[in-house]
Design a protein around this ligand. Structure first.
Ligand SMILES: CC(C)(COP(=O)(O)OP(=O)(O)OC[C@H]1O[C@@H](n2cnc3c(N)ncnc32)[C@H](O)[C@@H]1OP(=O)(O)O)[C@@H](O)C(=O)NCCC(=O)NCCSC(=O)Cc1ccccc1
Length: 146
């Protein structure tokens, strides 16, 4: 039986990402979530380019960050959330075309720190090309009473 693209138990992560002002500015759409896995789409918006049609590095970083850290969040207990504490990116091809598809995954899930990664693909119609690879760390955050 095929898995739903968004695990209903994880739909709150999609809502949390979509509620982030930067995600709204970038036009991020979370398209898949399951334990240890997250995918999102981002359009190539003129306002995020460094020259017409090609995204600036920070916008590509944001896509990788959101996908990888959302994947980290899928493994946390309800009530806690993942905060990015570091990340690195390798831009291996121009982020041009119609949009980005970022695929986040968990490399290693610890009690406090999760190593997570994302592959970011530049999408142009039906064609895709790897344009960046992101690797970083998310910290489990829990609510504070004060
Ligand atoms: C929390 C920690 C990582 C440090 O941790 P530790 O070394 O273990 O130290 P320790 O626990 O002792 O706390 C020290 C200080 O930390 C603060 N604090 C701690 N706990 C809480 C809390 N529960 N609530 C609030 N604040 C808390 C507090 O100031 C505390 O000082 P205090 O004790 O009050 O005097 C800190 O360096 C930090 O906030 N970094 C910035 C991270 C950041 O902004 N990331 C980017 C955005 S996230 C993102 O984008 C997510 C996303 C992406 C994509 C998709 C979806 C989602």
């Amino acid at each position: 039986m095929s898995q739903p693209e968004i695990d209903p138990d994880l739909a709150f992560i999609r809502e949390a990402v979509h509620a982030m002002p930067i995600a709204r500015t970038l036009g991020v759409e979370v398209t898949a979530l399951r334990r240890g896995h997250a995918e999102l789409r981002t359009p190539i918006a003129d306002a995020m380019t460094f020259r017409p049609g090609q995204l600036q590095a920070a916008a590509v970083f944001a896509a990788g960050d959101c996908a990888a850290v959302a994947a980290a969040g899928t493994l946390l207990e309800p009530g806690s959330w993942a905060a990015t504490i570091d990340g690195t990116i390798k831009l291996v091809a121009p982020a041009s075309g119609t949009g980005l598809r970022a695929v986040g995954r968990v490399v290693d899930a610890g009690r406090l720190l999760t190593t997570c990664a994302a592959e970011v693909y530049a999408v142009d119609g039906d064609a895709e090309r790897l344009c960046a690879t992101w690797l970083g760390t998310a910290r489990r955050m829990t609510p504070r009473l004060v």
